[in-house]
Design a protein around this ligand. Structure first.
Ligand code: ADP
Ligand code: MG
Length: 499
């Protein structure tokens, strides 16, 4: 066997890919393993440039440079490379290359022996990808975990909570120092980091609360790598933003539900307290009623005695007047404590308003107050006591007139919605501070001089509205005015018949 035959036999027996290139990189020979992997027949590509034929354009310049280096170094070299197959696939190969010289030490060819490591490279890539994914997941989880810790202590205001949460977001992104966050909620913006609306990379996710879009969460990414390529978001970061936007929506939902609950609790406590005061007041009133009736009766009887000295007659008159006044107060306390039975019938609230206005109009005009009526034309009747309901209107209107010493507008509106009748009494008067607002339904609470108010007007209103199964709400702003909103359940003909 001559050397060439021996050499060919070794090439064929080798498990690896074996090729021989000339000193310029042209293909001299390839073994059968090469043919199997590349899809080429050596006889077809012998003489062609290796790099043009079998190396992907992206890797060509680098491969050529390394090849030139081997010739220069003149010894065995290891190198990682790739091979583009006839049908365009990329096969990754670890090459061992040996330059071969003639007797004058001139490079004649390069012997390349390679191992197909594609499966290994792909496994490694998958692992790296998996590692990236786990790292992103880890960041996401720690961010969400930190958010949950903030949410667990929800006592601060919502904007403060949201600020804390936004501050957690940049650190969970790849380039925290270049990442800016903006949250737009109900038209208001909150920021964290250097948010850049003009940034090259920017993404946005809607913030939904109860399936309603309330705003959006945006992230911007500025800056560039050393090669001048602009920073870009990772695919996992798009997912992270979507998870964060969902979480922010959830936090807002939870927080608002808590606020509603607290408000309801407060209202319930208030109603409960008023009911207790009512019980107490009505108890006292009830006890005083009988002795008072005696005082009144005996005074009236005594006043009828003939030939009374005029001073005694005047004194008895005063006793009668005071007793009548006390009886009024007792009656009001009984109404507040809901101890006065209602004389119910079907009542048209619009009619009640018109009847009451009759008494009020003159006083209003004298005080330079315009009355604006906006009464719903198809207002359903309610089941109620017309006299008591008139009392409600009188008390609210008198208060409104008192609240507008320099004139203004008194607006009275009725409307119906969902089987309820709404009555709104609004003035453009002095309004109330929160501290006053808190106490207005308490009996004897007044800010007026004793000749103008006893502080029983709104207590009576509250008693009557509650006895009708209604709800009363007040909105007031100092210097702007006050609106009383009363809701009465509409009379259901079936239950009305039962009544
Ligand atoms: P009174 O009118 O006898 O003071 P009320 O129970 O009718 O008692 O009202 C209690 C207090 O509520 C009033 O003293 C006043 O301070 C406040 N108030 C009631 N209605 C109004 C209103 N429309 N505008 C401003 N303050 C009001
Ligand atoms: Mg009053």
């Amino acid at each position: 066997m001559n050397l060439s035959e021996y050499y060919n036999a070794v090439m064929e027996l080798s498990h690896g890919i074996v090729i021989t290139l000339d000193e310029t990189g042209r293909i001299i020979h390839g073994n059968s393993r090469f043919e199997v992997v590349s899809g080429y027949l050596t006889s077809q590509i012998a003489g062609l440039d290796w790099f043009e034929t079998c190396v992907d354009q992206r890797h060509r310049a680098k491969a050529k440079a390394e090849f030139a280096g081997i010739a220069e170094r003149g010894r065995l070299s290891l190198m990682k490379g790739s091979l583009r197959t006839k049908d365009g696939r990329t096969v990754y190969i670890d090459w061992n290359m040996k330059p071969l010289f003639d007797s004058q030490r001139r490079l004649v060819s390069v012997l390349c022996v390679g191992q197909d490591v594609t499966a290994h490279v792909e496994r490694q890539r998958k692992l790296m990808h998996e590692q990236d994914r786990l790292m992103a997941l880890n960041k996401e989880l720690s961010c969400l975990h930190a958010m949950n810790r903030i949410v667990a202590n929800m006592d601060s205001d919502l904007p403060d909570i949201l600020h804390e949460i936004l501050a957690l977001i940049p650190p969970s992104f790849q380039y925290p120092e270049f990442t800016g966050v903006r949250l737009v909620l109900d038209g208001h913006s909150l920021f964290s980091g250097q948010y850049a609306p003009e940034a090259h990379s920017r993404m946005e996710q809607s913030v939904m609360v109860h399936k309603v879009k309330r705003g959006h969460l945006s992230v911007s990414l500025q800056g560039a790598t050393q090669d001048g390529i602009s920073h870009a978001f990772l695919p996992t970061e798009c997912e992270l933003l979507s998870a964060l936007a969902k979480h922010v929506g959830w936090i807002i939902t939870k927080r608002e539900a808590m606020d509603t609950k607290r408000n309801l609790e407060r209202q319930l406590q208030h109603a409960d307290r008023l009911a207790k005061i009512g019980q107490f007041a009505a108890g006292v009133a009830h006890e005083l009623n009988e002795p008072l009736a005696n005082i009144l009766g005996f005074a009236q009887l005594a006043a009828q005695t003939p030939d009374l000295p005029s001073q005694v007659s005047r004194d008895l008159d005063n006793i009668v007047k005071s007793a009548l006044h006390s009886r009024e107060i007792i009656k009001k306390l009984m109404i507040f404590g809901r101890q006065v039975p209602l004389q119910k019938s079907m009542v048209d609230m619009n009619q009640v308003i018109r009847d009451t206005l009759y008494f009020i109009e003159t006083g209003a005009a004298r005080n330079n107050i315009g009355i604006h009526l906006d009464l719903s034309e198809d207002l359903p009747d309610i089941m109620g006591d017309p006299q008591h309901l008139k009392q409600v209107m009188v008390n609210l209107m008198v208060n409104a007139i008192h609240a507008m010493p320099d004139g203004g507008t008194l607006t009275i509106r009725t409307l119906s919605f969902n089987h309820d009748v709404y009555l709104l009494v609004e003035d453009s008067g002095v309004g109330m501070e929160t501290e006053v607002l808190r106490q207005i339904f308490n009996p004897f609470f007044t800010t007026k001089d004793s000749d103008q108010g006893t502080g029983l007007g709104l207590a009576v209103v509250h008693g009557i509205v509650s006895a009708h199964g209604g709800i009363i709400d007040v909105v007031s702003e100092p210097g702007r005015g006050t609106r009383f909103e009363i809701t009465f359940p509409c009379a259901d003909p079936a239950s009305a018949a039962q009544d």
